[in-house]
Design a protein around this ligand. Structure first.
Ligand code: NAD
Length: 362
């Protein structure tokens, strides 16, 4: 199979971790007989340095022509980087928001997996994490409160700010379908999160999700109020398979779910549109504090590349091979510094990429 991948290495540790993910993709290509073509694209600070803006129309066009995009991270140190002297619409992060919108990436997927080998990093009690957990947070990314009309004005002599939360049934239906499709590839359970006891938008969310569920009789659907979900994530995370939720609830819950896994360098993510196209990136940022030192953990980016194989190319066997290789490397005791613990072997970014490659075979 021919895989045309747009690559945005980005800023900070971005180039270091993406290089390792490409190493792993190349290894998958060699072992399973796929041809990989990469198109290097600039975004964020790297694009500002060359073009004066965080994202050009040409980059958007080239990204659209790719089958999928692999992204490292963008941004710098807000206190010291000259990028942050620019007005907000010209700063690195503006490129990220713009590309998500231009590519219509409405579905954000963040797996939260507790690896047996990294249990020690989990802040929850052992009796709660016994047996591990493996959930997928599916968050709507282009609607709701963050994209609604907003204003700040003086009303009756008092400064008043307003944000609006709007969803239509088409927006809810398309993300719900994606959620159920993903559940079909997993343990076939969807927990839909809302605040239907208070919000109209949540009542429409619940009604629409129930309609979509009728097309997926093999999937168990459960509804949960967002405040209860925040509690359940720390009380009994094992109960979740796919968590389906709107933009703001998803923003908060996905961070909570990632933190209970204990390590930011392990967290993959994907943003998808209505086609097979997706943008795949680690959940962490550009980590300017460790950039250039060769010590960043590349696993989140490598697992994001595995998600790319699974969701954009339907290469489930290859994705499984990458995920299994990561587990084996951890089992053998190899760790980058961020997940290091006593008795384990500390290795650097490139060595971690090499070790994972070495475990990928048919
Ligand atoms: P961060 O995620 O970059 O760093 C937080 C902490 O986690 C740091 O101590 C860092 O060293 C560590 N860390 C992050 N990724 C790691 C990895 N792969 N291996 C080892 N350690 C890792 O968050 P921040 O410091 O708040 O933000 C830094 C910059 O990243 C900012 O400019 C911010 O805007 C940007 N950012 C970008 C994205 C993105 O590109 N999607 C996301 C979040 C933040």
């Amino acid at each position: 199979m021919k895989l045309n991948i747009g690559v945005i290495k980005g800023d900070g540790i971005g180039p270091e971790i993406v290089t390792e993910a490409m190493k792993v993709l190349d290894r998958v290509g060699r072992v399973y007989g796929h041809e990989l073509n990469y198109t290097q694209l600039l975004m964020g600070g790297a694009s500002i340095d060359v073009h004066g803006v965080p994202l050009t129309e040409e980059t958007i066009e080239l990204a659209k022509q790719s089958d999928a995009v692999l992204l490292g991270s963008i941004g710098g140190d807000a206190k010291t980087s000259p990028w942050y002297q620019l007005e907000p619409s010209k700063r690195p992060e503006a490129g990220l928001l713009k590309i998500r919108k231009a590519l219509n990436l409405f579905a954000n997927l963040r797996p939260a997996v507790l690896y047996d080998e990294l249990k020690g990093a989990c802040p929850l009690k052992e009796e709660i994490t016994e047996g591990g957990f493996d959930m997928m947070i599916m968050r709507e990314l282009t609607g709701g409160l963050y994209f609604g009309e907003r204003s700040t004005e003086v009303r009756d002599g008092v400064l008043t700010a307003t944000d609006t939360l709007t969803y239509n049934e088409d927006e809810i239906r398309r993300i719900a379908k994606r959620g159920f499709d993903i559940a079909m590839k997993r343990r076939r359970k969807v927990t839909s999160i809302d605040k239907a006891n208070v919000l109209d938008s949540s009542r429409l969310w619940r009604k629409t999700v129930e309609e979509v569920a009728k097309d997926y009789p093999e999937v168990t659907l459960e509804h949960m109020l967002v405040d209860n979900c925040a509690m359940q994530l720390v009380k009994n995370p094992r109960q979740f398979d796919v968590i389906l939720t709107e933009n703001m609830f998803g923003d908060i819950l996905s961070d909570e779910a990632s933190m209970v896994t204990g390590s930011i360098g392990m967290l993959a993510s994907a943003s998808l549109n209505e086609t097979k196209f997706g943008m795949y990136e680690p959940s962490g940022g550009s980590a300017p504090d460790i950039a250039g030192k060769g010590i960043a953990n590349p696993i989140a980016t490598i697992l994001s590349a595995a998600m790319m194989l699974r969701f954009s190319f339907d290469l489930d066997t290859e994705a499984d091979a990458v995920e299994t290789a990561v587990e084996k490397v951890l089992k053998d005791g190899y760790r980058t510094i961020d997940i290091m613990s006593e008795g384990k072997t500390q290795i650097d970014t490139a060595e971690m990429g090499d070790k994972i490659c070495a475990y990928i075979s048919k």
